[in-house]
Write a protein that binds this ligand. Sequence first.
Ligand code: ADP
Ligand code: MN
Length: 407
Amino acid sequence: IPKHADLQPYNFAVAGHDGTLCDPEGELFIKPCVQQEIDFYEKAFKDHPAFADLMPEYLGTLVLNDASDVHDIEEQIPAAVEHMTQHFKEEAVRMAKQHAADVAAAEAAKEADALAASNENVSWKPNKSRKIATDKSVVLENAAYGFKRPNILDAKLGQRLWADDAPMEKRKRFDEITKVTTNGSHGFRIAGMRVYKGGENPDEWDQEGYKVYNKDHGRLVVNKDNVVDEIRKFIFNPRANIDEDLGRAVAEAFVNDLKRVEQVLASSETRMYSASLLFTFEGDGDALRAAIENQTPTTPPKEATEKEPVPLASRVDSGIVMDGEGEIILPQGNGTTINGVIEGDVKVLQLAGEAESDDEEFASLPKIYSLKLIDFAHATWVPGQGPDENSLFGVRSLIKIFEELAK
Ligand code: ADP
Ligand code: MN
């Protein structure tokens, strides 16, 4: 069980907001979030096991501070914060300030919309109930855990990127992005990417040896004509000993998982706007080869065998199994399972489900690859309304592209 004071900035995010954290071992990914994202995770893990299987393991929520007043956070931080490490304290302050800035920005946007609405003589009322930020974070499985050099690609799904509650200004802004990016042509765009020893020029590598492609890459460089080659740069990389054969094997593995995603989305009733598929695989070719060779067939844990285990994922790296009732059993999961509470000024870790404590070495490490659906800030369950064709279009384009790369 991680101590709150040991939480540290997560350095491998390839897109999205700042302020993500992880535990010292790196098994957990902690992200400040809106209530809507928590609700979406809760529902998935409660009622939709096949869908939950596409998501990072959801361990619960973490309350970082009192959200009642973030405007004067320096004074609001409770005394308990005193025993935080200086680092974490700064992080909490920074996150709270970001929260305040988000709230202020949201207020400004609402005012602009209200003004626009009144100008258009439409009686549209800004939705005051949606909280832009909460004091809560989701605690998730860190998808990059277990890799030596994780290559990571965030593919943001959808032609339409805004949810029903989005103000007019945001709709227009996002539609413009769709128009000029592969969100329009393919229903997804590369929101961010990092490749170990990637790109043409070693001068561009960061301290750890990664070429990092930021959000401008997917907006300004990638287009409908070069998107396959840009994703090729993610998979194939002779500088890291990922040759044609190895790259094709990785692409094929992703095709299989993408088809599973397609199948599950096609039989689920959700609307997700700006959700992402997070592709991760071992970016060091030698480590990748070793991981593939070391890979032993996953033997399901004993208690699961008795209940006819259903593998939670088709992934070879997954040791997570579900019993016949859809209960998740974690003894061979992605590391030491979390079965406790983070106490202190970081108030509560509400556990999403029962997790068994286990000291065994986990058979699933080192990891080869992983595909996860993430970012549910604008996702809802819509029973009776059919599948999410907007997200499915992007998934189907990705299947075609990875099939092409697997040839
Ligand atoms: P935002 O709302 O800020 O876009 P996301 O959920 O998309 O939040 O997360 C932002 C980034 O953080 C992603 O692009 C990815 O790189 C990283 N990330 C998100 N979830 C996980 C996870 N479970 N494990 C590892 N990295 C993650
Ligand atoms: Mn995102």
